[in-house]
Write a protein that binds this ligand. Structure first.
Ligand SMILES: Nc1ncnc2c1ncn2[C@@H]1O[C@H](COP(=O)(O)OP(=O)(O)OP(=O)(O)O)[C@@H](O)[C@H]1O
Ligand SMILES: [Mg+2]
Length: 222
């Protein structure tokens, strides 16, 4: 029997309309991420990376195609169903706004775990320590630097031991040493059996991936 992929997306299409203009943001993108696999999505600005990640995570609904997370269909399900599946199985890091703004980092981690149905203080401690955020646990998002906010968002994404991690530019705003620290953590998370999907412009990030999927104008070119 075939092993169920952490993520399996088939022929995704997404069109945006603004007046008479139509943007073909995704044109038939297919993609899989296996358990324990790191896949990088690369491509120039505007090539469709963030649109793809939003469709994969069920934040956005593609105009065509199907997404399965751990074998369960995410597409064309009621918002509530998608949110449940996401809370249980997906750790998500966006380019901005990953944290609940009026809560401390610690409380954000607790909320993420609670939504996924499990509280695990040891896991929270490990993530905070590995991301160098020990002294910032009581800080609210507006009290964090850009790079700290990215790391805090990653800690929240991983708090619930998701089967699939989807991260948009996880090292977008950090220095070289922090980038290596984030990559080491993601490599260990993949080794623990999670599928990891990263959108990135960074050669370092693409370099740690098992596979690179290059997008251009909404299509896979490799
Ligand atoms: N809500 C929207 N309405 C209209 N057009 C959109 C919308 N979201 C994205 N687009 C367009 O779809 C295309 C793909 O955008 P997307 O954000 O996916 O690119 P990206 O590869 O993530 O770029 P970057 O590297 O700059 O983050 C772009 O042309 C963008 O302008
Ligand atoms: Mg983007």
């Amino acid at each position: 029997m075939a092993v169920t992929a952490a993520l399996d997306a088939k022929r995704l299409y997404r069109f945006f309309h603004a007046g008479d203009d139509e943007v073909l943001a995704l044109r038939g993108v297919s993609l899989t991420v296996g358990a324990g696999e790191i896949v990088a999505v690369t491509g120039p600005s505007g090539s469709g990376k963030s649109t793809l990640l939003a469709c994969l995570a069920g934040i956005d609904e593609p105009d065509g195609g199907q997404v399965r997370i751990g074998g369960e269909v995410m597409t064309r399900r009621p918002e509530r169903r998608r949110a449940e599946l996401r809370a249980r199985s997906v750790g998500l890091l966006f380019q901005t706004d990953n944290l609940v703004s009026h809560l401390s980092l610690d409380d954000n981690l607790v909320v993420a775990q609670r939504l996924g149905g499990r509280l695990d203080p040891a896991r929270r401690d490990t993530l905070v320590e590995r991301l160098g955020l020990q002294s910032r646990r009581a800080a609210r998002p507006d009290q964090l630097s850009g790079g700290e906010a990215v790391r805090a968002g990653l800690a929240v994404a991983l708090a619930n031991d998701p089967a699939l991690v989807i991260a948009d530019e996880p090292t977008g705003e950090v220095d070289g040493a922090t980038e290596r620290r984030i990559l080491e953590l993601l490599i260990d998370e993949a080794a623990a059996g999670r599928g990891v999907l990263l959108a990135t412009h960074s050669q370092e990030v693409a370099g740690v991936a098992d596979r690179v999927v290059a997008l251009l104008d909404g299509e896979v070119v490799t």
